[in-house]
Design a protein around this ligand. Structure first.
Ligand code: AHM
Ligand code: MG
Length: 335
């Protein structure tokens, strides 16, 4: 087998050398996170802290550890102007002359950490605008279309980097040597699917359009969609998106009326946008049900958005159920 290392692959595909350096730096941090996770209870990294983050969520020990590792490692790269994290109230400045901004969710799905289910680090890389320091929120408020790279490292039975630099999506598996090795090239999301993922316990809170769509999926072959669907819910977006990239499907976290003023649960800058870039680069679609996520103009660093992403024909179907409902709170917040 011809083993192609991440760095060799990126150089071979003429990816900007400075961007490669930032990706390499990110991977140093992710490898360290993978080591800590593997040790789990032995390293004393499981369990919860007494703190909450800016979103009001209780931080797991590993949320804080992963965040610190990423911050400390990224700061050492002179190309990094600043970073914004789910676990930081405000963006953090790094190097004044740095060319890039990095946003990340240090440990997505961390509510699963104590039960040993897959979690992951999600990241997005943007060009830093001129004359804006790395702690200036305005610098980060760029549409998802402007991302120069996006990806995640899934810490599952194996640690896998899923990366796009704007020319397709590739998987790299972390070998025992410490190298990320190309294992899946030019990944494509199948256009059709019979598999959906949504937290069904929120059903009564969704808007009627989403309820109608999911009800029709549940009617199976006898219903208007004329197929029997299967359902999955891991409660770890990285694991769900990995399944969608690997075998198709639709993953949704829609607006719901538990918090009417919020567009959704998931965060735009370090969840919605990077995952949308990966899905689109693999031939899928990603939407709020009203608007393509990467066309949203961000207004806040911890902004939320509704998410429906995956196999293109299924995502088009869910959007059709929402056409004509543009007056509701969900539409107003997600357009
Ligand atoms: P997190 O970033 O705090 O881990 O929250 C995001 C996670 C996603 O990974 C997952 O899709 C969702 O929250 C699960 O939500 P729920 O607990 O409502 O099922
Ligand atoms: Mg998350």
């Amino acid at each position: 087998m011809n083993l192609l290392l991440l760095n060799q692959f990126l150089k071979h595909h003429d990816v900007d050398g400075e961007l490669i350096e930032v990706i390499d730096t990110l991977m140093i941090a992710c490898k360290e996170i993978a080591v800590q996770l593997r040790e789990g209870a032995l390293a004393g990294v499981l369990g919860t802290t007494d703190n909450t983050n800016v979103q009001g969520e209780t931080q797991k020990k590993m949320d804080v550890i992963a965040n610190d590792i990423l911050k400390n490692v990224l700061e050492t790269n002179p190309l990094v102007r600043g970073m914004a994290s789910e676990e930081e109230d405000d963006p953090v400045a790094a190097n004044d002359d740095g060319r890039f901004l990095v946003t990340f969710d240090p440990l997505d799905g961390s509510s699963n950490i104590d039960i040993n289910v897959s979690v992951g680090t999600i990241f997005s890389i943007l060009e830093a605008p001129q004359n804006m320091s790395g702690d200036n929120v305005e610098a980060y408020l760029q549409e998802g279309r402007k991302q120069v790279a996006a990806g995640y490292v899934l810490y599952g039975p194996s640690a896998t980097l899923v990366l796009s630099t704007g020319a397709g999506v590739n998987f790299f598996t972390l070998a025992h040597t410490g190298d990320f090795i190309l294992t899946n090239e030019n990944v494509q999301v199948p256009a059709t699917t019979k598999e959906f993922a949504i937290n069904m316990s929120n059903q009564r809170h969704w808007e009627p359009e989403m309820q109608n769509y999911v009800n029709d999926l549940l009617l199976g072959a006898e219903g208007p969609r004329e197929k029997n669907y299967n359902m999955r819910w891991i409660a770890s977006m990285v694991a769900e998106v990995h399944r969608v990239l690997t075998r198709g499907g639709i993953f949704m976290y829609p607006w719901d009326k538990r918090e009417t003023g919020k567009p959704g649960k998931l965060r735009l800058m370090y969840e919605g946008n990077p995952m949308s870039m990966l899905i689109e680069q693999a031939g899928g679609l990603s939407t709020t049900c009203y608007t393509n996520i990467m066309d949203l103009k961000p207004t806040e660093i911890h902004q939320r958005c509704a998410v429906a992403l995956g196999s293109s024909e299924e995502v088009e179907a869910v959007m059709e159920y929402h056409t004509g409902s543009k007056d509701g709170a969900a539409a107003a917040l997600n357009s």
